[in-house]
Design a protein around this ligand. Structure first.
Ligand code: ADP
Ligand code: MG
Length: 474
């Protein structure tokens, strides 16, 4: 297969053609993610789609139109196939230098205007030669800047990631991104890698998890090949190490990483790191490494807010092209506060259900479908959160709320707090007693029963409790 036998196909432009016609949302959901994969023969073209679901949808709704457009652009093309490749493997093992230029993404660059003659992208089937190749750039096609929703909690990390991705020289070194599980660290890391391989294909980017780094290092020790290991890691322009906390307590791996890190920074190569904690809070890390990691820009990702969660849900629902009622999205954004991964999982479940039954879900079905997830998220509410909200609501100091004072205007809010804590957390009565100033479990039980009775008879208490419950579950 050589370039001369392959017709010119400007896929980047072709896929834009039906944009007006199908509408912006549908374009972004279905056509934009379609990428040109390769051309096994001059009359065949393969496009890649991230998921099976998307492939089926695109085939049904846009298949014919796509084929017509491709054939109109290049009359010699007989077959247009769509293949699923959620993960792209870039195989550089055989020829690192040329492969670094021939990235998968360069193939999508409209400027190139032809189907590449190489085959840099291998769909995510088991890649036999990948296991030993640290340069196989495994990226998820969904994890781009375009698909990242920015809000207060992640705006700094996002801005820093974009800066590094767009700069052609090293600005801050290292960039250190940190935050809790499922808040978008890997997403931002991979978005940087995508951006770099697309816009600066000459830079050698290596993205890998710290676990993989350790695995490669140990392997090099075992095969007495540390020289090659060192050369490999020191030859990159951009090193991205995800989840660096993994090498906590692993002394020799840390030592090796420290040297690699220094060598790269000394040569003015960009290093990008992610972790679940800030450099200074990483446990089991050597002091000199911790200090070195904090030298550049440290950006944290905070837990999500309601607005960010809603924004993410809206984008995902649009991408799935699923008719999920606004009310359901808002409900999910309120209830699933743990992390974005769970939020996505919940939406996927709803999408699957919608597909199966063929009609929109309602709030009731959502509650039914997600009962386990919702309950798990409820458990995350702490007794302290409840006490604080109740004390704010009734304008009773927290110390007073937990004191032994029995005056009605303090005792009643205290009982409400106990009632809510029993309902909204999984703690037992004795545990709750302890958290309420070391009371006996019978006191808590009494409080719960009292409020239960008042809910039927006292309108004011009923309203207070409902309001507090709603506030606490946001
Ligand atoms: P982490 O690496 O911090 O544990 P990930 O980057 O793997 O988290 O994110 C978990 C999931 O949530 C991924 O599917 C990711 O795409 C999604 N996600 C997280 N933050 C956002 C965001 N701001 N916008 C869109 N998707 C997000
Ligand atoms: Mg991650």
């Amino acid at each position: 297969m050589t370039t001369s036998t392959i017709p010119k196909l400007d896929w980047g432009t072709i896929k834009q053609q039906p944009r007006r016609d199908v509408g912006e949302a549908a374009y972004r959901s279905w056509l934009q993610p379609l990428e040109l994969l390769d051309s096994p023969s001059p009359s065949e073209v393969r496009l890649s789609v991230p998921t099976k679901f998307m492939r089926n949808w695109i085939e049904t709704h846009y298949g014919e139109r796509i084929r017509t457009l491709v054939r109109a652009a290049v009359p010699g093309i007989a077959a247009v196939e769509m293949v699923i490749s959620s993960t792209l493997y870039r195989d550089e093992a055989s020829n690192p230098a040329s492969a670094a230029q021939d990235t998968a993404l360069a193939a999508n660059d409209p400027g190139r205007g032809h189907i590449p003659s190489y085959n840099p992208v291998i769909p995510a089937q088991p890649a036999a030669n990948d296991a030993g190749d640290p340069f196989a750039l495994k990226l998820d096609t969904r994890l781009t800047f375009e698909n990242f929703v920015v809000g207060k909690p992640n705006e700094l990390a996002f801005a820093a990631a974009r800066r590094v991705a767009e700069a052609d020289k090293v600005t801050f070194n290292p960039l250190f991104l940190y935050g809790g599980v499922g808040l978008g660290k890997t997403h931002l890391m991979q978005a940087i890698a995508w951006h770099l391989s697309k816009h600066q294909p000459h830079r050698r980017v290596l993205y890998l998890s710290a676990e993989r780094f350790m695995y490669e290092f140990i392997k090099s020790l075992r095969f007495k090949d540390t020289k090659a290991f060192k050369e490999l890691f020191r030859s990159v322009d951009v090193l991205m190490l995800d989840d660096v906390q993994f090498i906590s307590g692993k002394e020799s791996t840390q030592e090796e990483f420290f040297h690699t890190f220094n060598a790269l920074v000394d040569q003015n190569r960009q290093v990008i790191i992610s972790a679940d904690k800030s450099p200074s809070d990483l446990e089991g890390m050597e002091a000199r490494l911790k200090s070195r990691l904090g030298w550049g820009l440290v950006a944290d990702i905070h837990p999500t807010t309601y607005e960010l969660r809603l924004g993410i849900l809206q984008l995902k629902a649009e991408t799935l092209h699923m008719p999920v009622p606004k009310q359901v999205l808002e409900f999910l954004a309120h209830k699933i506060t743990s992390n974005v991964r769970e939020l996505e999982g919940a939406l996927n479940r709803i999408a699957a259900h919608t597909m199966l039954v063929g009609r929109e879900v309602t709030l009731e079905t959502t509650q039914e479908l997600l009962r386990d997830v919702l309950r798990a998220n409820l458990h995350k509410l702490s007794v302290e959160d409840i006490q604080r909200k109740v004390s704010d609501h009734y304008k009773v100091g927290l110390t007073e709320l937990l004191s032994s004072r029995r005056a009605r205007d303090i005792a009643r809010p205290r009982q409400v707090a106990m009632y809510l804590a029993k309902r909204l957390t999984t703690l037992s009565l004795p545990e709750l007693g302890k958290r309420f100033g070391g009371r006996d479990h019978t006191t808590v039980l009494h409080a719960v029963r009292t409020i239960e009775q008042l809910l039927d008879t006292d309108k004011g208490i009923g309203e207070d409790v409902r309001l507090l419950e709603r506030l606490l579950q946001q």
